[in-house]
Design a protein around this ligand. Sequence first.
Ligand SMILES: Nc1ncnc2c1ncn2[C@@H]1O[C@H](COP(=O)(O)OP(=O)(O)OP(=O)(O)O)[C@@H](O)[C@H]1O
Ligand SMILES: [Mg+2]
Length: 515
Amino acid sequence: MAVGFQNKTGSQNLGSVVSVRGGVVDVRFDRRLPPIFSVLHAGAEGKIIVEVMAQLDASRVRGIALTPTEGLSRGMQVEDSGRPLEVPVGHEIMSRMFDVFGSAIDRKPAPQNVEWRTIHRTPPPLSERSTTSEIFETGIKAIDVLVPLERGGKAGLFGGAGVGKTVLLTEMIHNMIGHQQGMSIFCGIGERCREGEELYRGMKDAGVLDNMVMVYGQMNEPPGSRFRVGAAALTMAEYFRDDEHRDVLLLIDNIFRFIQAGMEVSGLLGEMPSRLGYQSTMGTDLSGLEERIANTHAGAITSIQAVYVPADDLTDPAAVHVFSHLSASIVLSRKRASEGLYPAIDLLQSSSKMATPGIVGDRHYNLAQEIRRTLAQYESLKDIVAMLGMEQLSLEDRNAVARARRLERFLTQPFFTTEQFSGMNGKLVSLKDSLDGCERILRDEFKDYPESALYMIGAIGEAKKAEANQPEAKKPDMKQPETKQPETKKANEKTPGGQKTDPQPKAATASTHES
Ligand SMILES: Nc1ncnc2c1ncn2[C@@H]1O[C@H](COP(=O)(O)OP(=O)(O)OP(=O)(O)O)[C@@H](O)[C@H]1O
Ligand SMILES: [Mg+2]
C-alpha cells in the first residue's frame, strides 16, 4: 500500500526515528520539518505509515502510527511523503472496497484513472448549503410513522451492545439502495471485520454493489487509522456530491468508535482527558466530521449512523454530542428487544425534526401524536397493571392499553436481512399502509383480534389472514391476558357502580390515584 505513495512522492526529505512508544513515533528532520498531517513512511518498503500530529521543536515532529509499528526502532530512516493522507476519487472507485490509505482491499487491482484527494477538508460554507426538507421513506413502519427521516439529513441509531443497530442499518441499506437514485458509501469504523465481509458479500449477491463504495477501518486497526477512516469515506462522498452532482447515502457503523479512536489518539499524545476520560477536543473532532455531511446546491449527502451507547446510558458525553448533530434520532431499547419486539425501537424516546405538520402533513402528524399519547398512557399505567391487574383499570384506560399493545405489535416488522434466522419473510411497507394500519387500530377496528395477529406482519391487511388461519393461536410473547370483549363489558358496568356505592373500595382508590 505504501508503495503507491512512495512512487507518487519521490520526496528527498529524510529523517530518523528518535523514539517509539507504541503508536507514538518521534522523528527528527534536520533539513525541513514536515507540516502537520504530513504522512511519513518508514520500515521495509515504507510499510509503516505515520501521520504528523505535532511539531515538538525546530527539528522534531511527533506522529501517530496508522499501521502497526512492529520492527520500527530508533535511528531508522523515515521518508516525508510531502503530502497528507489521500484517497482515490473518480467514477472507477464504484463497487470497490478500500482502507484508510485508499488502497483496494477487495483483492482486485487498484482502480485506474482516479484522482487522489486529501482527506482533510473543510465543511462547505453556509452560503453554499441548501435548505429543503423532504421525507426519506425507509419501508420500516415504526420509522416512517414516528421518526420520519430527512432526505439530506443525518439520522442516528442509538443503542447499547447487541440491540440491533447493525441489523437495522443493513435493513435500511437493503430497502433504500434499490430505489435510491444516487449511490451509497458504507463506512465501517471500529466494528467487526466479519460484518464488513458479510455486507460486501450481501451487496454483491443482491446485485447492488455497482452503486456502492465501502471504506473500512475496523477494530483490529490502530487508533490513528480508525480515527481517519471517516474522513476518507467523506472525501469520496464529497466527490460524488460536488463533481458528479449525485445524491449520496452515507452509512456509518459506528460513529462512537470514531470518538473512541480520537480518545485513544489523544491519550497516546499525552493530552489531558476531559469528562469520563473522553478527549477534551471531542466536540471539535466530531463536528469536523459531521459538518462535512451537508447538502449543497450540487447534491445531498444523507447519512445514517449507528451510535453505540456505552452501558445503555444516553447521557454519556459521546451520545449527547452525536445527538446534537442529528435531524432524527432512533433510540433502540433493550427492553423491547428482550420482548422480541423487533425492530427494538423505543417509540417514545425516538424523535425526528421532520415530524411537524408542515412537512409530513396534518393527517400523519395528528396520527403520530395520537400514537405517542396512547403509548405514553400505557407506559404510565404499566405499574398499576402489574400490581393490581387489568381489572382495576377504568374502561377507558383498558381500551387505551389494548390499543397501545396492538400498536406496539403492529409496529414490529420482519426484516429481509434476518430471514435466515427468524424464518419469516421480510416485509417492505409503504408509508400509506403504515398510517392506515395505525389509524384503524386507533379506531378500535382490531379490538377483537388477538394481539398476536398483529405481531410481525407487514401491512394491516395481513392481520385478517392470521386470524382466519389460527383463530385460537396465542403466541408465548404475550405476558398479559387479552382483554376480552365480555369481560370489558362487565367491568364497564362494575366501575361506575363501584364509584357510587363503593362495594370495591380498592378499585375506586386505584382509579382515583391514576386520574
Ligand atoms: N430486527 C431483528 N429481528 C430479529 N433479530 C434481531 C433483529 N435485530 C437484532 N436482532 C438480534 O440481535 C442481534 C444483535 O444485533 P446487532 O448485531 O445488529 O446489534 P448491534 O446493536 O449492532 O450490536 P453491537 O453494538 O455489538 O455492534 C442479532 O444478531 C439478532 O440476533
Ligand atoms: Mg453492530
